[in-house]
Design a protein. Sequence first.
Length: 367
Amino acid sequence: MNIACFGYRTWAKNIYLKLQNQSEITCLMFNKLNNQTYKTLEAFKPKFVLFYGWSSFIPNEITNDLDPKSLFISDAMVIISENGSEKIDTLFAVENRPGRYLTKKDVIFENGKTYELNVSWNNFSVNSETTIPDPIKISSPNDEYYICDGEQLKVDSIQTNNFDMNLLPVTSFEELIPFIDQNKISTAYYKDDGCYIGSFASFPLFLIDFEAKNSKTIQIYSQALERWKRGLEPDSDDNNSIGFWDYNKNGIKDSSYTNLIYDTSFVYLIWKGDYLRFENGEPFRINPGMWQVSLTPTPMSWLYFDYYGMHLITISATDDNYYNYYAGDPAANNQYLLPNSNINDGHGLFFSKASKSFLVNIAAYNR
């Protein structure tokens, strides 16, 4: 099997050397693209082209068009075992989801214990291990103050003990209604002016305090559970020419996803970017959103919310593998920075986390 490797850094060369040592692989490494490179590639006809730390365009006549799904492996042996124990779980391939494997439903992973991953396929094998963090504790403080337009104001507190983790995964609020006490769900108000928007330091809707032992990075997921609620596009109070918010830009006041926080102001677009749109022009935001934090209490500001309605907020303490993987890129945004892999004889990330979730309703603030 022919593989072309592009890279010039030391770690890229190390990966190249590992591939080159595989008897069934013929690997060529390039550190630049020019006419001679293309001629060599045309003759070499690689099955895979790997870019380490930079990217470029390779013509289709050099690499055959392939269905990306054909590159996933669904017949590997994937095993997770507990260190120092005879407990072994063989994962099963998910039907119609190439390359994805799941544990059995009755498998329980325990906090503080170390687990080893072993994957084998044909003559290839990789392994790694993770130690699951201790349980995370969360709360919402009720004695914190922020400055808003020169005035010291108290930040609202919410309830954080209103969700059973056994109900996961969740796709909509309706499926939760039979299993929850709605009286325990707080409402937080989204205010769209003044000190409440404009930066990371804006006045928060509420604060989250967490206690996570031996965890350097905390993930926060904000999942809008009522994003698909439909209704007529609302009237606009901004004195625009048509008198309503034309979400889908068709000039007609019609049905749209009205729980979307629709804001076309310059400040909003600077921080959140333009809206993504479906083929019919209806706008949307990526859901759920994910952030990484390290300091507590964390201010849950306008940046965490793109929709009104019920939200499932999940706070996760990650293991050291996750922290080390993204060292130097804490926001995990730099696609050109190769993370620190913890997969032996491979590349990627095997990590674990301990999570706690709660429900909160996000409502528009009526002045």
